[in-house]
Design a protein around this ligand. Structure first.
Ligand SMILES: Cc1cc2nc3c(=O)[nH]c(=O)nc-3n(C[C@H](O)[C@H](O)[C@H](O)COP(=O)(O)OP(=O)(O)OC[C@H]3O[C@@H](n4cnc5c(N)ncnc54)[C@H](O)[C@@H]3O)c2cc1C
Length: 368
């Protein structure tokens, strides 16, 4: 039922704008409005804080179906979970009440600020600092590649509070867009997900109350990593969705397109490509859903499984979307058809929330 509901919504209210959002590199406001109206913009927020209380699998299905229509738009439910999960996992009751309620209502989105210009894969090498000043913390630094920066009202920010302790000297904070000293860089000009704003976030003597710290001092990096264990599965869901979208389009196309006097779908060479694409998508789906179940239960092998799902599904998304372009021939290479956009959008799933090389490091350190 959930899949049917989100698929109809995505086909009616998100897919029609996907090409324009990409072409104009503009925020998918239509998607945000449609998702908020149906209470699907941040489904993971627990009911006690006014949310829909969707479990990890339901959240994955929402993201998958939105990504099938428009990957840029799927960053709305995905990053709302990424940004707010540190609060859900480690925040005080006061922080949860204060920030999850407006998120659930659609009054403000959440972003996640871990990466910096010189700290990507090695996130613990961050330089953004927070210094205590009585009942306040003062933040200074630059975060890079922040999804929905400028659009979101709330930002989970990881910052160094004790430089002598590396990852154990990092703490997490909630920063508001309206806090004096917060500003944003120009939107990045990207290969894909052009509708999802990616900007730098600057902190210039941002003074925030001490109770905005998420969890204890020094636990921010652990919270950031625990968050990724759960949210990598949402990237797998995006990958799965875009692969499915490209497959569905290509499957329809090959039945219509005629060469040598018959539909190209009649050629075994084409049928084998479709069979391989469907097989890979199904394998990615099973791995992703199994990982979502582990996320919900908090299983001890979640770290391996989440990394495996993200890595596998994103590699599948890149292969399947590239094959979809191939199946449309020259037409697939043009912006008159959606598959080249899907191929460009798929690429990011191999890079963010840890590149696929980093996923392999994570898997190797947590082998079953
Ligand atoms: C569109 C977009 C949106 C993003 N959104 C967010 C966001 O909302 N919040 C956020 O915090 N971050 C975000 N990111 C950042 C993203 O997570 C990083 O780009 C990513 O982690 C890689 O870091 P980097 O770009 O610095 O690459 P680098 O770390 O410089 O890596 C360069 C290459 O080296 C490889 N490499 C690095 N170390 C190793 C190693 N030990 N072994 C083998 N290979 C290695 C990498 O895999 C990669 O191929 C986003 C990025 C993009 C592009």
């Amino acid at each position: 039922m959930l899949r049917d509901a989100i698929r109809s919504l995505a086909e009616a209210k998100i897919a029609p704008y996907a090409a324009a959002v990409d072409e104009e590199a503009r925020f998918p406001q239509e998607a945000l409005d449609a998702l908020v109206a149906s209470d699907l913009h941040a489904v993971h927020v627990p009911e006690e804080y006014g949310g829909a209380g969707a479990d990890a699998l339901a959240t994955v299905i929402v993201i998958e179906e939105v990504a099938r229509a428009c990957v840029s738009s799927s960053l709305i439910p995905a990053v709302n979970k990424l940004g707010s999960l540190p609060v859900i996992l480690s925040g005080s009751e006061e922080l949860k009440k204060k920030y999850l309620a407006p998120l659930a209502k659609g009054d403000g989105m959440f972003s996640y600020c871990l990466s910096e210009p010189d700290a990507g894969s090695d996130a613990a090498g961050m330089k953004t600092k927070a210094v205590r000043d009585g009942d306040f913390w003062i933040l200074n630094g630059v975060k890079r590649w922040i999804t929905n920066a400028g659009v979101s009202d709330y930002y989970t920010v990881m910052a160094v509070t004790d430089p002598s302790k590396r990852s154990k000297g990092i703490s997490a904070f909630v920063v508001e867009k309206s806090d004096p000293g917060v500003s944003f860089g120009a939107p990045e000009k990207k290969l894909g997900i052009k509708g999802s704003p990616t900007r730098e976030v600057y902190f210039d003597n941002v003074r925030i109350p001490a109770d905005r710290m998420i969890g204890e001092e020094g636990t921010g990096f652990a919270t950031a990593m625990a968050t990724l264990d759960h949210t990598r599965i949402t990237i797998a869901a995006q990958a799965l969705g875009v692969a499915q979208g490209a497959f569905d389009y290509a499957k329809g196309y090959v039945q219509e397109r005629k060469q040598f006097g018959k539909p190209i779908a009649d050629f075994q060479g084409i049928q084998f490509m479709l069979a391989d694409m469907a097989m890979k998508i199904e394998a990615a789906r099973q791995l992703t859903y199994a990982a979502a179940a582990k996320s919900e239960r908090g299983d001890s092998d979640l770290t391996f499984q989440g990394a495996a799902a993200k890595c596998f599904a994103s590699d599948v998304a890149m292969e399947v979307t590239t094959d979809a372009v191939q199946l449309l021939g020259g037409y697939g290479y043009t912006r008159d058809y959606p598959v080249e956009r899907m191929m460009r959008d798929a690429k990011i799933t191999q890079i963010y929330e840890g590149t696929n090389q980093v996923q392999r490091i994570v898997m190797a350190r947590n082998l079953p």
